[in-house]
Each structure stands twice: as C-alpha cells, then as structure tokens.
Design a protein around this ligand. Structure first.
Ligand SMILES: C[S@@+](CC[C@H](N)C(=O)[O-])C[C@H]1O[C@@H](n2cnc3c(N)ncnc32)[C@H](O)[C@@H]1O
Length: 272
C-alpha cells in the first residue's frame, strides 16, 4: 500500500471498511484528558451566548457540536459541516432529536453560510487533512464569521511526534533515529498546527490567544493506530532488519506498558 492509497480523514479517502475504525479513533481521542482540555479552552473563549449561531467545520462524529449546542440553547443554531459522508451519517445519528443542531455536507473552503452570519466557528484537527492550502479554508472561516465574532482553530503538529520508551532511553533514541527517517504518513499538512497563526494572518484574522497541548496519554489502541500508519511508510524506507529491530523494541515496550507517543497540538482564538 502506498501513502496515497492509505485510508485517512481526507475527502474521499475514508474507505467504507475503515469507517468503524475512524469513528472509534475519534471516540477514543474525545475521551482523552488533553482533548477535553483543549476543547474546553476553545469553548470558554468563543464568547457564545444563548441564541447564537455556532459552526463546527469538519465536525466528525458531532460530539463537540453537542457541547456547543448546549451553550446556545433553544433559540440558537449549531451547524456541523463535514465533507465525508460516513462522518455526516454518524454525526446525524448522534445529534438526532437535539433541537437547533443541523448537520450539512460542505467543503471547508466553501461553506453554505452568508457572509458575517456566524457568531463563532470552530475547526479541530481538520486543516491537517485538507488537500489544498489550509489558509484558503481559514479565509472562508473569516468570511462567514461576523465582526467581533470568534474563530477557534486547533490542529496537530505531526513533526513533533515522539515515540518514548519510558524505562529505556537507549531504545527511545534508537526509535527516534528510525522515526526521523520515515516520512510521516498521517496527513496532507503535517505541520498545520504550527502554522495556525500564519493562516489567520493570511485570512485577515487577528489572533487573540494561543495555547499548546501535548497529547501523551497511554492508549494502546491509539499507539497501535499510529504504529500501523508508520509501519506502512517505514516499509518503503527501512531495510528489513531495521524494521524487525524497531518492531521488536516497540513490541517489548508495549508488552511492559512502557510505550508512549507524544505529539503537540496548537490552538488559537482569533477574530475578524
Ligand atoms: C481528525 S477528524 C476531526 C473531527 C472532529 N473535528 C474532532 O476533533 O473530533 C477530521 C474531520 O475533518 C473532516 N474533513 C476532512 N477534510 C475535509 C474538508 N475538506 N472539508 C470539510 N471537512 C473535512 C473529516 O471528514 C473528519 O470528520
């Protein structure tokens, strides 16, 4: 399998047999303390009140949209946009019956919203998956949010990915050396998180606050997911014996609960 065939959250790459795996990955991540903390950090800064209109671009399963909907109450609107049908289906199922929640298919760079019609817009871990310059989508976010409204962006910087063996610095260094040689396969814009402020500047948005978060929890399923992605890419660049040695280090560390991955996420709050 080449990197281009690999299933991902990018438009058109979420192949049907993989959908369940994607949904459970989002559910698992949504349970993590760090993801909850970053969502709360953004939510607390949106200045959303009852009756407001809030948009979640790339809403995934719709879980955060439900939180946002609880702020705007019966008289507001909470709209989730996503470009992948399986995600839309999941979000529709999970938000069914919740008043004022709407789920619609839309491309991040082309939102069916009137200019200046939205009070607050969030987009979490979506820019990294766009197959075009994320600044174009952020320009669209700036168009739809009203003057004085808020844009909350969160994204990953995959270049910060570290594989750690907590009880063995030598194994950590060896894995780090191997990791540095593997082109990271996860997303189209690996370092989107690092460039949020630049995207905002290009879109004419003023950044009011910024924060970074380190995801470093031990979740074997998450590690296995990251590992599966890395393994496919590793096969293209590593010799067979190097791959076997790296896999042994990983298996041993996983077996004794000593394997961690750490990756940095960045968030910004901006306004038009
Ligand atoms: C990693 S998931 C994050 C989902 C959700 N925001 C969360 O944090 O749980 C990325 C989401 O972006 C959506 N997505 C990918 N490309 C998109 C695009 N071009 N326009 C809109 N949504 C997109 C995917 O379908 C997926 O739901």
């Amino acid at each position: 399998m080449t990197q281009n065939d690999q299933a991902s959250f990018a438009v058109g790459k979420m192949h049907e047999p993989e959908v369940e795996r994607f949904v459970s990955a989002l559910d698992r991540q949504g349970q993590m303390d760090v993801v909850q903390a970053l969502r709360e950090w953004v939510r607390d800064r949106l200045e959303l009140t009852a009756g407001g209109t809030v948009v979640d671009v790339g809403c995934g399963t719709g879980e955060e949209l439900l939180q946002l909907a609880s702020i705007i109450g019966q008289s507001g609107r909470a709209i989730g946009f996503d470009a992948n049908d399986p995600m839309l289906e999941t979000a529709r199922t999970r938000t069914a019956g919740v008043p004022k929640v709407e789920i619609e298919k839309a491309e991040a760079s082309d939102l069916p919203c009137a200019t200046g019609s939205v009070d607050a817009l969030v987009s979490e871990r979506v820019l990294q998956h766009l197959q075009y310059d994320p600044a174009v989508a952020v320009g669209e976010f700036a168009r739809v949010v009203r003057a004085g409204g808020r844009v909350g962006l969160t994204d990953t910087d995959w270049s910060s990915l570290q594989v750690l063996v907590t009880d063995d610095p030598v194994a950590t260094a060896e894995l780090d050396e191997v990791r540095a040689r593997i082109p990271l396969p996860f997303t189209s814009n690996q370092e989107a998180g690092k460039h949020l402020e630049e995207y905002c500047a290009a879109a004419g948005l003023a950044v009011l606050e910024r924060q970074s978060f380190i995801l470093a929890e031990f979740a074997p399923a998450m590690i296995q997911g990251v590992r599966a992605g890395l393994s496919a890419a590793a096969e293209q660049v590593l010799e067979q014996h190097e791959l076997a040695a790296a896999n042994k280090l990983l298996d041993d560390a996983l077996g004794r609960d000593a394997l961690r991955i750490a990756v940095r996420l960045h968030a910004v709050i901006a306004r038009p």
